[in-house]
Write a protein that binds this ligand. Structure first.
Ligand code: ATP
Ligand code: MG
Ligand code: FE
Length: 348
């Protein structure tokens, strides 16, 4: 069966096509993304109205490219999955409306699915079926969560999350302080490779004995970096951008991997999946591999292209939801900007 996936929760218009095989494996056929990130760069963050308009313009051409890449036509589609939330309301609406139109025109079932679960499901395109239960560390622009996954098609439980900023948000804010472009993850990752991660001892948030075990905090770290840079500027010193980037990145990777390994160990879970845009970070993946190897935990990180927003992740999740026999959504499906991660698909 062929599943079409549509993503428009933030600033990437994504259209993916996958094949669900009878044995439950999911094969990637096409993954086309159009991003409006450059239109937001000068504002230092996504401008919702600009994103919605860009989705509207990109949706049909992106879908056409996906069908061309896969060598398929509209009539080959057996089911459609679309991001119903969480995300920007106006942006989500463009994808949901397009998905409804395709579903009605092709007379195939429509599945409104969860963007965050999609970030996890995408790993099956690269590494095969997920061992269940597994632990997912979801680190993206808007979210930082530890999730227990008993069933990717409907059994996800949050065991910890950030109490303030998301990890990706901290990257974007620190990049701004360092005069690096938006989005901040890739340039900080690059600068950090030339820097010393032990140069500055930045704080590790929520790691005290009285802190909630599996929650995170990145706002104190962000403030500490900003204050360090201000102080250096006040003294008239040049900012050692590479060292600040490396030391900041080390603090983020340290806390994320320490808590994830501790959670997996305490819960007796043998597999950790790291996903979301920040999973594209080279140090996070490297440190996770080292620490998981030491703890006897298998670690799975999708390739960077699959970590950031795309349509293939929604098609992959759709395939798992179809395979699990979940009910499709109603044709009056509406977007839910605050959809909780526990709701993997919106059944009619
Ligand atoms: P959400 O999934 O929570 O709705 P989002 O969809 O905006 O948020 P993603 O596209 O999953 O987020 O991730 C974008 C974030 O990933 C940005 O904050 C960006 O800076 C960060 N990011 C991308 N590449 C890297 C990298 N190599 N290192 C660190 N962070 C990165
Ligand atoms: Mg984005
Ligand atoms: Fe995302």
């Amino acid at each position: 069966r062929i599943i079409l996936g549509i993503e428009s929760s933030c600033d990437e218009t994504g259209v993916g096509l996958v094949r669900l095989h009878d044995d439950g494996t999911v094969e990637l056929l096409a993954d086309e993304v159009a991003s409006s990130v450059e239109q937001h760069a000068r504002f230092g963050g996504v401008v919702p109205e600009v994103a919605s308009r860009a989705h509207l313009e990109a949706m049909v051409p992106t879908a056409e490219r996906a069908f061309a890449t896969a060598g398929l036509g509209l009539s080959d589609v057996d089911a459609i999955a679309v991001t119903a939330g969480p995300g920007l309301a106006g942006a989500l609406l463009v994808g949901v409306s397009a998905a409804k139109a395709y579903a009605a025109a092709l007379d195939v079932p429509l599945y409104g699915v969860n963007h965050l679960a999609g970030h996890i499901a995408v790993d099956t395109l690269q590494h095969g079926p997920l061992p269940e239960p597994c632990l997912a560390l979801l680190v993206s622009g808007g979210h930082t969560q530890l999730l227990r996954v008993d069933d990717i098609a409907g059994g996800i439980t949050e065991i910890g999350s950030t109490v303030d900023d998301a990890a990706g948000e901290a990257y974007d804010k620190v990049a701004r302080v360092l005069g690096l472009p938006y989005p901040g993850g890739p340039p900080i990752d690059k600068a950090a490779k030339e820097g010393n991660p032990a140069a500055i001892d930045f704080p590790r948030g929520m790691t005290g004995p009285r802190d909630a075990k599996f929650d995170f905090s990145f706002s104190g770290l962000k403030t500490a970096v900003a204050r360090w840079v201000e102080n250096a500027e006040r003294r008239g010193e040049d900012i050692p951008v590479n060292d600040v980037a490396a030391s900041f990145q080390e603090a983020v990777a340290d806390v994320l991997t320490a808590k994830a390994v501790r959670a997996a160990t305490e819960m007796g879970i043998g597999t950790l999946v790291i996903s979301g845009g920040v999973a594209a970070n080279s140090r996070l993946a490297g440190l996770a591999r080292d620490r998981c190897a030491a703890a006897g935990i298998e670690v799975r990180v999708p390739r960077p292209r699959l970590c950031t927003d795309n349509g293939a992740m929604i098609a992959a999740l759709g395939a798992h939801v179809v395979a699990a026999g979940r009910k499709p959504s109603a044709l009056d499906l509406s977007a839910n900007p605050a959809l909780p991660v526990e709701i993997v698909s919106l059944e009619a």
